[in-house]
Design a protein around this ligand. Structure first.
Ligand SMILES: [Zn+2]
Length: 433
């Protein structure tokens, strides 16, 4: 059997480099009782390399019908969480195709040897989708590569009483006797792993016109999620304009071990309704990902520090701004001392798939930014952060792109300055402020 493609070596068996998806239109029906999902996905594709085959990612769900540009497809097969479509002709680069997939089944997380579970997950009474890095195929047929950004329109029909939340703006909400459907539109480019659906018996608390918390009605948001407008205002001051229209924290009735960012919303467990710094820091962290990770997204998973280092640094900045436990510099020195006592066997700019979410990627990434700030000064440093977010929003980027951008913006050889942090295993000394 011919080999199926891999787009990113950190995620073997996902993604097809021969085409891009420009837009996903997903029409989903979900019944929590029995965990049944049905869907029709319409994908607008752009062919990038001449091909006679298209490979999509779809895990645990069964495609029942497919059409390409309106014509039924007979030659397709499913294996290894992929849908393989054999076309009856060669398609040239530049061709635009519309593929429709009718599918359904009982969605569940996809387990990966290195990354654990990700994707569609049943809660006590509802659903979360936490797809980073490999869970997108658990709920829709996709080209599962971090560098293939598309716009989305997602309609979810669920039993009345359940609120279904997806990325972007709510553009339609219909109630019929026993079901409710909501349509959400994300018109800014989005990576597959950042697409999400959250379903629960939720109400919405508007903190201000741009920030809201969606969750069970009895949540106490004081001192935790009600801080989001202040966080957003602070981050806009230092990172530049918020890159999407609005932001939602979805808080599930269940406790969740770790929160997760999606584009324009993040997911937390009920246990994050707490004024404890260990919780509040992650509310700031997930919000900061909207600039660094979601608007500006890595091209390759090896560059994950461009997301996690930045979001971790945002925690330290918020600590200082909000009168939290330590100043930003004190956090940096605290974590530098900790990291100095740990194994130094990790390359920040290519940690390997097993270590890509290792805590050292987060802390060392933030320390590299702190080292840059000390060397170029506050004004130039925050100008780099703002310029990076503004100029690369919607794009896919690499570590080398960041080094080139920061060097050009500051007139300092940032590549030389940060290379030991990024490409050497030994932890560099933190410059004195
Ligand atoms: Zn993060």
């Amino acid at each position: 059997m011919p080999q199926l493609p891999t787009a990113d070596p950190y995620l073997p068996g996902h993604g097809d480099p021969s085409y891009a998806v420009l837009h996903y239109d997903l029409d989903l029906g979900y019944v929590p009782d029995g965990n049944r999902l049905t869907g029709t996905a319409v994908l607008d594709l752009l062919v990038r390399e001449p091909t006679s085959r298209l490979v999509l990612d779809l895990a645990h769900l069964r495609a029942t019908k497919m059409r390409l540009d309106g014509a039924g497809i007979r030659k397709w097969s499913a294996r290894d969480h992929r849908l393989v479509l054999q076309l009856d002709r060669d398609v040239a680069a530049g061709a635009e195709l519309q593929l429709t997939v009718v599918y359904g089944g009982s969605p569940r997380p996809l387990v990966d040897r290195r990354h654990g579970d990700a994707g569609w997950e049943e809660l006590e009474d509802g659903v979360i989708v936490a797809a980073q890095p490999h869970g997108a195929p658990t709920w829709f047929p996709c080209n599962d590569r971090p560098d293939d950004k598309a716009t989305y329109r997602v309609t979810v029909t669920a039993p009345a009483g359940y609120t279904a939340v997806a990325n972007g703006d709510l553009v339609a909400h219909h109630r019929r006797a026993s079901v409710e459907s909501r349509t959400w539109v994300m018109d800014r480019p989005m990576a597959t792993y950042l697409a999400t659906v959250q379903i629960g018996r939720y109400t919405t608390t508007e903190h201000d016109p741009r920030t809201r918390t969606i969750g069970p009605p009895d949540l106490d948001l004081a001192g935790s999620f009600d801080q989001q407008p202040a966080m957003l205002a602070f981050f806009e001051r230092i990172f530049g304009p918020y890159p999407f229209d609005a932001y939602a924290a979805v808080v599930t009735d269940d406790d969740l071990e770790i929160p997760l960012e999606s584009q324009s919303l993040s997911t937390f467990g009920r246990n994050f309704c707490s004024t404890d710094w260990s919780r509040v820091r992650l509310i700031a962290h997930e919000l900061a990902h909207q600039w660094y990770g979601n608007a500006v997204t890595l091209r390759h998973w090896r560059d994950i520090w461009l997301h996690e280092g930045f979001a971790c640094y945002a925690e330290w900045l918020w600590s200082e701004e909000s009168g939290g436990p330590r100043s930003c510099d004190a956090w940096a020195r605290h974590h530098h001392e900790r990291l100095a006592g740990l194994d130094q066997d990790l390359l920040l700019a290519d940690p390997g798939p097993e270590l890509m979410f290792d805590d050292r990627v987060y802390k060392r990434g933030a320390l590299a930014l702190h080292a840059l700030r000390i060397c170029v000064g506050d004004e130039a440093f925050f100008d780099v952060l703002r310029g990076w977010a503004a100029s690369r929003a919607g794009e896919s980027v690499t570590t080398e792109d960041f080094l080139a951008f920061a060097s050009e913006r500051t007139g300092v050889d940032v590549a030389a300055l940060l290379r030991p942090w990024l490409y050497d295993a030994a932890l560099p000394a933190l410059p004195r402020g």
